[in-house]
Design a protein around this ligand. Structure first.
Ligand code: 26Q
Length: 822
């Protein structure tokens, strides 16, 4: 007989079984005879959560007592992926849970598959936040992640007649066992209305913001456990609700009537994630979302700080606030409002506190992606913040004027509010002005930031700038996604690499060992067979696991150049058609990714891929030597299945456009060889794995700029390269679209007459490098060696390394180990 305490916290198989049955019975009112798989999934998750909570309470207690600084990560997105399997690994109970579930007549994999993943992000930026939460906990750094509890995450993608169809992601439908609603933890957030100014009895100027509406933010906490440690941090996501009543004292009597808020309007704020990636959307609701979660989060941090006896002037001793892009940059103005209007701190001191608290990470060089808000729209949502930003800007530009001796160009480029008749609030400028540190996400990106979009900031404040190359967590992206490869690695070098990824270099000594190469490629083949099964189920396309699995998975975007890849596929197809006996190394081209619903050309790129697939896959002349697959609904769950099966990783963005990329890291860690441009983190990956283990092609960033300034004419490339011309002509003629050539005209016109991402300029170099890829694959031993060396040299790209760099250089925070006491 187990004690109640053992049932709640024990980690043995018997105890876990008991715990699952307890939850089934007492939580869900079910018993084995009638329980569904989903019931078991829920019961198991609650059993795991109990074990997290024990560690979570110990962690929170420690953070409350110790005068330890806490990292506060502000992000509008967290692309977490499923929790259950990850928590089993971090707790170290995967095998025990397998035994427990077998003894209940359940298969652990079935139950794991029941989880609806929280898709609360678009892509790289949201997934980075999730990897960083994992590393923060694993490194035992006190941290809170703040964000939005979207009721609907990123849309689910389906493919109908070759086109992308979006469906809402109702991830909470069956309940979410991983979150704990803190109904008592809520903050009021004002929106709209106007500002009154008056002089108080002491002769001080005061502002009183009379809102048009008030929403309440409710905290939903998800525990984030580190790998094999007791540190369990908090991901606190805010849900918007209508306040039942609100504090009458706070508002001017009689003027709040308009603020009695409409339930649906309030609940709309945290309803849905905007599916735009690298594309601005100047919608009021988006600004409301950003302000809503940032205001709740800052109010929460201040409440925590004050409740521990901290002084408001010393906020930055307790928290360092990292801005994940400009989405939470309104926090700079909100901090000033809270300090000046609510806590009555003098302006200069308030600005000093603010600047000591915030740090900003930039994730994009695309000028069109930099966030700005129309001043009138901004004022309609945040009238008081507009005044505050105007005041920040006035004082800030005074400082700039003196420092630059009145350089008008600098002044207007640094201004937080743009000049001209259509005034815009520039969020990157607000973030830069209000932060003590500014960083890019890969070495090249950080250098280009200093030369381009943030050039003038760098000129005046070089000391604020640094690079923090992105990383990914090896727990999810190796141990969890690729258990066979992980076991093989551990059988040679032990398990230390899981926490210290640099230890993977221990594999280098086996790179030439034929029997290790053999084992390595056997694992890869197993994973390819698994993926082939999934592909068959999901798309009805039969693919050969011995062919090269050439993987291009990421959001669909012109700058990521999925169309360059498909043009190469068409060229290969034509070579076969023109010479059916041509030697072609069999290849499966696997694409996956979502297009923003309003991004016409990205959606056309999907249609082009699926159309080429329809023709190529059916053509008997091809004899299955090339296959094209568009795997629908790319998300974390599907990514975990695709990366381990990849032989080739497509990282083919126009040089200078991809800030970092993180899929490039995950694929290389899993033994895929990269074909890529010198862009983002590809540059550093190539440096680490060695140029001889990387397939490089394309223009460099300088050459891209050079070409553009010379007056790039894509049509010349089209005319000059017969393979390219044929491929484009075929698309145009309707060869891939039942002889209806008009389908792709917008895409073709964009390529032939604009081609801002230099697809045609890079085509020849890409095709030539792809030939080297095929040639290399024929030599199995050489390929195996290159694959092993790729994985062996990826230590730098662990998010643990990234987080250590942030801790040392920006946050000045160290580990704070947590002990379990019962
Ligand atoms: C902005 C305004 C309104 C609505 C949506 C958005 C929005 C949402 C998401 C804008 C951008 C994003 C996401 C950007 C993103 O994922 N960037 C990627 O960040 C990765 C992590 O640093 C990098 O590796 C990628 O290179 C970069 O593209």
């Amino acid at each position: 007989i187990l004690t109640r305490e053992e049932t709640r916290t024990g980690l043995g198989p018997e105890t876990l079984k008991r715990a699952i049955l307890n939850h089934l019975f007492y939580n869900q009112g079910k018993f084995p005879e009638i329980a569904t798989r989903n019931d078991y999934y829920m019961a198991m998750s609650f059993a795991v959560r109990d074990r997290l909570l024990q560690r979570w309470v110990a962690s929170v207690k420690k953070y409350l007592n110790a005068d330890q600084k806490i990292v506060s990560y502000l992000s509008a997105e967290y692309l977490l992926g499923p929790h259950l399997a990850n928590n089993l690994i971090n707790l170290g109970i995967y095998e025990n849970m397998e035994k427990a579930s077998n003894s209940l007549g359940m298969n652990l994999d079935w139950l794991i598959a029941k989880e609806q993943e929280p898709g609360l992000g678009n892509g790289g930026l949201g997934r980075l936040a999730a990897c960083y939460m994992d590393s923060l906990a694993t490194l035992e750094i006190p941290a809170i992640g703040y964000g939005i509890r979207y009721q609907f995450g990123i849309f689910e993608q389906d493919i109908k007649d070759g086109w992308q169809i979006e469906d809402t992601d109702n991830w909470l439908r069956r309940g979410n066992p991983w979150e704990i609603a803190k109904r008592e933890l809520g903050y009021d957030v004002k929106l709209g209305g106007y500002v009154q100014h008056y002089t108080d009895i002491n002769g001080k100027f005061k502002a009183n913001w009379i809102p048009g509406m008030i929403v309440k933010g409710i905290a939903y906490d998800t525990p984030i456990l580190g790998y094999r440690v007791n540190t369990c941090n908090t991901l606190r996501l805010w849900k918007s609700e209508a306040p039942k009543s609100f504090d009458f004292q706070t508002f001017n009597q009689g003027l709040y009537s308009g603020a009695v808020s409409d339930k649906t309007v309030c609940e709309n704020i945290s309803k849905v994630l905007y599916p735009n990636d690298e594309q601005r959307e100047g919608k009021i609701l988006r600004l409301q979302q950003q302000y809503f979660f940032v205001s709740c989060s800052l109010q929460d941090m201040i409440a925590i700080h004050l409740s521990q006896g901290g002084k408001i002037e010393r906020f930055y001793d307790k928290f360092v606030v990292q801005l994940n892009d400009t989405h939470p940059a309104i926090g700079v103005a909100e901090m000033m409002r809270l300090l000046v209007d609510v806590y009555e701190v003098e302006w200069d001191l308030a600005w000093d506190i603010t600047k000591k608290s915030f740090a900003y990470t930039n994730h994009t060089l695309l000028p069109e992606a930099l966030e700005t808000w129309d001043q009138d729209l901004f004022q309609s949502v945040l009238p008081r913040h507009l005044e505050i930003i105007q005041e920040i800007n006035r004082r800030f530009l005074d400082e700039v004027t003196i420092r630059t001796y009145g350089d008008q160009d600098l002044i207007s480029s640094l201004s937080i509010i743009s000049d001209g008749p259509w005034k815009k609030i520039r969020m990157a400028n607000l973030a830069c002005a209000g932060s003590f540190a500014i960083n890019g996400v890969a070495a090249l990106h950080s250098e280009l930031l200093k030369k381009t979009v943030l050039k003038d900031w760098y000129q005046l404040w070089p000391e604020k700038f640094s690079n923090k190359t992105n990383g990914v967590t090896p727990r999810r992206w190796m141990v969890l996604s690729n258990p066979k490869l992980s076991s093989l690695i551990s059988s040679k070098i032990g398990e230390g690499w899981i926490k210290n990824l640099d230890e993977l270099t221990g594999l280098e000594q086996y790179a030439d060992d034929p029997s290790f190469q053999q084992e390595w490629m056997v694992v890869k083949h197993e994973m390819k067979k698994d993926l082939a099964k999934r592909i068959l189920q999901r798309t009805k396309i039969k693919v050969d696991p011995s062919s090269i699995f050439d993987v291009h998975v990421k959001r669909i975007h012109e700058y990521k150049r999925q169309h360059l890849n498909i043009l190469h596929v068409i060229a290969l197809y034509n070579r076969i058609k023109q010479n059916p006996d041509a030697e072609v190394v069999p290849r499966t081209f696997i694409f996956a990714g979502k297009a923003a619903p309003g991004y016409h050309l990205a959606k056309l790129m999907i249609k082009l891929i699926t159309s080429v697939a329809d023709v190529v896959n059916q053509d008997p002349i091809v004899k299955d030597r090339i296959k094209v697959v568009f795997y629908p609904n790319y998300n974390v769950t599907n990514a975990q299945r695709i990366y381990p099966a990849a032989d080739v990783s497509e990282q083919i963005s126009t040089a200078g456009k991809e800030a970092s990329g993180t899929g490039n890291m995950k694929l290389s860690m899993n033994g895929a060889l990269t074909i890529g441009t010198l862009d983002g983190a590809n540059v550093e990956i190539r440096d680490c794995v060695g140029a001889e283990n990387f397939f490089l092609f394309g223009l460099t960033e300088e050459e891209v700029q050079q070409k553009k300034s010379e007056g790039y004419n894509p049509f010349d490339y089209y005319m000059a390269n017969p393979e390219l011309k044929l491929a484009i002509d075929q698309i145009n003629s309707g060869y891939f679209s039942h002889m209806n050539g008009s389908v792709f005209k917008d895409l073709i016109n964009s390529l032939l007459y604009h081609d801002q991402y230099l697809v045609l300029a890079d085509f020849e170099s890409y095709v030539a490098e792809q030939e080297r890829v095929a040639e290399a694959y024929k030599d199995k031993q050489r390929w195996a060696k290159m694959s092993i060396l790729n994985a062996a040299r990826m230590g730098k790209f662990s998010s643990d390394r990234s987080i250590k760099d942030y801790c040392d250089d920006i946050w000045k925070v160290g580990p704070s180990p947590v002990e379990l006491v019962d």
